[in-house]
Ligand binder design. Structure first.
Ligand code: AMP
Length: 372
């Protein structure tokens, strides 16, 4: 009963009625219009719908997200629509990938805007593709996703989890010990539920793409993994749902991330293969920015801390001393934008008034070089 009631058909014409959070109770009858985005909160109706798509001969692309959608997410959906007749997008803020001290509660939640963006994109896709439209949003409850035990984010972790070692313990996994366990677990659940032909992930989270490929290979999942390029702001900052935490001052300094990576990439482009030679250029850019900021007064500066610069093998994400030109490498980094010490009257501040530390990640693939 509950699952049947939770299956909403949201028509383009009255999407303004969608509540700020997807509700579990039925307050109005489901209505079906010629073109609609279905919203599923529970698993059985989605499964039933998926079966029908199979019978109709549709192909299904799947884009998992945490919500707070931006242009980067929409590009994944466009890519999915280009090679599948239907696309499902999940919006689920998965608790098990956030550590107990991390920003789950303050993570931006923008349900209304997310749905409006998907609706606008769907209309665009209908115009440009004819087919390949956004079929449904899967926004499950946590009870549906974790049916037998509450989601546990502690490091020992009580419950049913997928762990990929050592891959999931490196880099992002070293800083966020439960992150990839949560990601791999929720993706396994989502892939089992949605049964997509293809899944779409962003290069922006490069280690996540390696984890997902490994998950699909090691557990023989019947889906193809597609990785789409990182979408960036005009100054080079990789788009991220977390960027809204940065006001003008921190936002300006955050370009250091992509600038540092580009400097290191240039070294590779000039034929450098030694780790030290490549990463030194990234560190130079970062250190210069740290010093520039430290020289400013409290009301002018934005502090940054580098978590890591990494030069890693593209399949294992293990650090390499020398890049094998035939394999290439992944150049990646994480920095923390520190909370502002002092804010000025009238200053443009981010969500949380720039009191929240913001961890940013970025990467560049050093492409394999063909022997000349
Ligand atoms: P998230 O909601 O942050 O979990 O992201 C959902 C998907 O969007 C992941 O596959 C991300 O890698 C991808 N994504 C996030 N930001 C970008 C971006 N700037 N460019 C391309 N893909 C992105």
């Amino acid at each position: 009963m509950a699952s049947r009631l939770a299956h909403r058909h949201i028509a383009l014409q009255w999407s303004y009625r969608i509540s700020s959070q997807p509700s579990t109770s039925q307050t109005r009858p489901a209505r079906i219009f010629a073109r609609c985005i279905h919203i599923f909160r529970d698993i059985p109706p989605l499964r039933q719908h998926r079966r029908q798509l199979l019978l109709n001969g549709d192909t299904l692309g799947f884009v998992p997200t945490l919500g707070a959608l931006h242009h980067g997410h929409l590009c994944l959906i466009r890519a999915a629509a280009a090679e599948n007749s239907k696309v499902i997008v999940s919006i689920y803020l998965n608790p098990t990938q956030f550590g107990v001290t991390e920003d789950l509660n303050s993570y931006p939640k923008t349900w209304d805007t997310d749905v409006a963006q998907l609706r606008a994109l769907d209309a665009e896709l209908a115009r440009t593709h004819g087919a390949g439209r956004i079929e449904a949003i899967f926004a499950p409850t946590t009870k549906a996703m974790y049916p037998t035990s509450p989601p546990d984010s502690t490091i020992p972790g009580v419950g049913s989890f997928i762990t990929l070692t050592p891959l999931g313990t490196l880099l992002e996994g070293a800083s966020r010990p439960v992150f990839f366990r949560g990601v791999a677990t929720v993706c396994m659940k989502l892939f089992n539920i949605v049964q997509p032909e293809r899944v779409y992930f962003g290069q922006k989270d490069v280690q996540q793409t390696v984890v997902i490929r490994r998950l699909v290979t090691d557990f023989h999942l019947d889906t193809l993994v597609r990785v789409c390029p990182t979408e960036r702001e005009p100054d080079g900052l990789a788009m991220s749902s977390r960027n809204v935490y940065m006001g003008q001052r921190r936002r300006k300094v955050s370009v250091v991330l992509s600038q540092a990576l580009r400097a290191a990439e240039a070294a590779y482009g000039m034929g450098r293969r030694e780790r030290g030679d490549i990463l030194a250029l990234a560190w130079d850019v970062a250190n210069r920015m740290v010093m520039e900021q430290e020289a400013l007064g409290e009301a002018e500066r934005a502090g940054i801390e580098v978590d890591y610069f990494s030069l890693a093998d593209p399949d294992s994400m293990e650090e390499v001393e020398v890049v094998d030109g035939e394999r290439g490498a992944v150049l990646s980094c994480a920095i923390k934008m520190l909370p502002l010490e002092v804010t000025k009257p009238g200053e443009v501040l981010g969500l949380g008034e720039d009191k929240v530390p913001v961890r940013l990640i970025d990467n560049i693939i050093l492409q394999p070089q063909r022997p000349s």
